[in-house]
Design a protein around this ligand. Structure first.
Ligand code: URA
Length: 242
């Protein structure tokens, strides 16, 4: 293993241990959920280069990944979808937003975050002095879960390799996960979003800031202040003046 890879794995171990500590867990145990977390610690940047569904190496374009995804039938979500929501934005974005999965409007249009939550995300992006075209917006799963339920584990497993390849292709400086599903999936933790948000984690050597989902903010506008604190940290890291 290369020194840089080892450093990334160690950073992820440190971040995961801190999550466990924040949940009040001081020792290590062998319960299946902990072993699953530890299993993910062994992921190295080679996962970015290719895995179960993604055999391609880094350096591939978003178009190549989209072509490879094709008219996907890899999980049951294909049955109820109108359109695959691949993701959109700059292929050279410094910042990638990762949501949970398409909703009704996204499923109809094939574009991420275009419904009411998307309109709030647009405002958040504008408050960061960025334009939607400068960032990249995508989701953990690319097809709408029926009734907007959370995506199931097998659906996430089928879709995640493509998201990893998209992020490897873009190579952003920061990933901002929106909501609990995106943060827990990428960080391989069960810690609640209220514990995860507000500080940078490492994901495959990339800074990752979890924050609340815009749909949650629509229902709980008093939490917008915390999201503003989170995005200010991203702005500072990207050296965008307030
Ligand atoms: N919610 C999400 O998580 N993603 C979308 O694309 C739209 C709403």
């Amino acid at each position: 293993m290369k020194t840089a890879d080892l450093a990334q794995v160690l950073a992820q171990v440190k971040s995961s241990l801190r999550d466990l500590q924040q949940q009040g867990i001081e020792g290590f145990n062998c319960r299946p959920e902990f072993l699953r977390i530890v299993g993910r610690w062994t992921e190295t940047p080679s996962c970015l280069a290719g895995d179960a569904a993604g055999q391609k190496a880094e350096g591939e374009s978003l178009k190549e990944i989209k072509d490879d995804l094709g008219n996907c039938f890899r999980c049951p979500l294909h049955k109820g979808r109108s359109k695959i929501v691949f993701g959109e934005g700059s292929p050279k974005a410094r910042l990638v937003f990762v949501g949970e999965g398409p909703g009704y409007e996204e499923d109809r249009s094939g574009r991420p975050f275009v419904g009411p939550a998307g309109q709030l995300l647009d405002k958040i992006i504008a408050a960061m002095k960025l334009d939607r075209s400068e960032v990249y917006i995508c989701n953990i799963v690319k097809c709408r879960p029926p009734g907007n339920r959370n995506p199931a584990e097998d659906e996430i497993e089928a879709c995640l390799p493509f998201l990893k390849r998209q992020i490897a292709s873009i190579a952003p400086e920061v990933i901002c996960t929106l909501g609990s599903v995106a943060a827990k999936t990428l960080l391989g933790t069960q810690s609640p979003i209220s514990i995860l948000r507000g500080r940078f984690h490492q994901w495959m050597g990339i800074k990752l800031m979890p924050t609340f989902h815009p749909a949650y903010l629509l229902r709980n506008p008093e939490r917008k202040r915390e999201v503003w604190e989170d995005v200010k940290k991203i702005m500072a890291f990207l050296r965008i003046p307030l």
